[in-house]
Write a protein that binds this ligand. Sequence first.
Ligand SMILES: N[C@@H](CCC(=O)N[C@@H](CS)C(=O)NCC(=O)O)C(=O)O
Length: 236
Amino acid sequence: MAYALYYWTGIQGRGEFVRLALEDAGADYVDVCRRDGDEAMVPFLAGRQPGAVPFAPPFLRDGRRVVAQTAAILAYLAPRLHLVPAGETTRLRAHQLQLTIADLVAEAHDTHHPLSADLYYEDQREAALARADAFRRERLPKYLRYFERELAGGAAPRVFARHSYVDLSLFQLMAGLDYAFPQAMRRLRRRTPRLRALAAQVAERPRLAAYLASPRRLPFNESGIFRHYPELDEPG
Ligand SMILES: N[C@@H](CCC(=O)N[C@@H](CS)C(=O)NCC(=O)O)C(=O)O
């Protein structure tokens, strides 16, 4: 039976991390909201469906099983899609890295929504300027340094000896950061050679390259997580 992915139509956000895994593996899946509209998520979020109740999308349905939280969905899918090497230590490390990616994604989101996700960007712009400045100066280099060091273990341009969902997620992370903060990322380029090599290698994977060139891959935009507001980036 096909996996069912639930995520906001038209938003380039956390759902994309799950989509990349499904696409890279050539999995049989349905992008339910793109087919039936966002209303398809309501019965799940309202607890009217069997299985775990998600707090927010993305979530995945596999038969009667429902899995929410991006990192948990990927940890569930990865062994089934052969996107993580075997062994508890390896799988735990993959999950830990994915959670750290999620932390960085959340901080990137908070640069444009530092006060509340429920307010418009325009209503929190002053705070966003300060938050983005600190993000670019301190947090972004710190996270990238960490991932760069994690890749220094000998398996580069992969995290593990063979391809994994963490590689796909690091690719998506770099693509999103490049879109949102092109100047800051350009400045950090010389300090991220392994992440750059990993991203280039992932983009050449045949199924992924076909997906990226297809209309299914949404361009980054200002309704997603990675938003480009020039005033939040470094001056050119
Ligand atoms: N930690 C969750 C966060 C989920 C999340 O924030 N989803 C966003 C879209 S990317 C959403 O729809 N949030 C609605 C809300 O928080 O009320 C994950 O990684 O999946």
